[in-house]
Design a protein around this ligand. Structure first.
Ligand SMILES: [Zn+2]
Length: 60
């Protein structure tokens, strides 16, 4: 399989960093996500106050 970060071909057997070829690529890729280089298409979540008021009174 190919590393999605560097495109390097590697054997995925016993590869703990799948789908990446190494921990480096994995960390770099994760870093991109964290730094916002990749835009995550977030679904528009509807914040409904009415839902909050309907939660069960079993908190205590
Ligand atoms: Zn790689």
């Amino acid at each position: 399989m190919k590393c999605p970060h560097c495109g390097k071909d590697f054997k995925d057997s016993k590869q703990p960093y799948r789908p990446f070829c190494s921990d480096r690529c994995k960390l770099i890729d994760l870093g991109k996500w964290i730094s916002g280089e990749y835009r995550v298409p977030t679904l528009e979540t509807v914040d409904n106050d009415e839902e909050n008021s309907m939660k069960d009174p079993e908190e205590e």
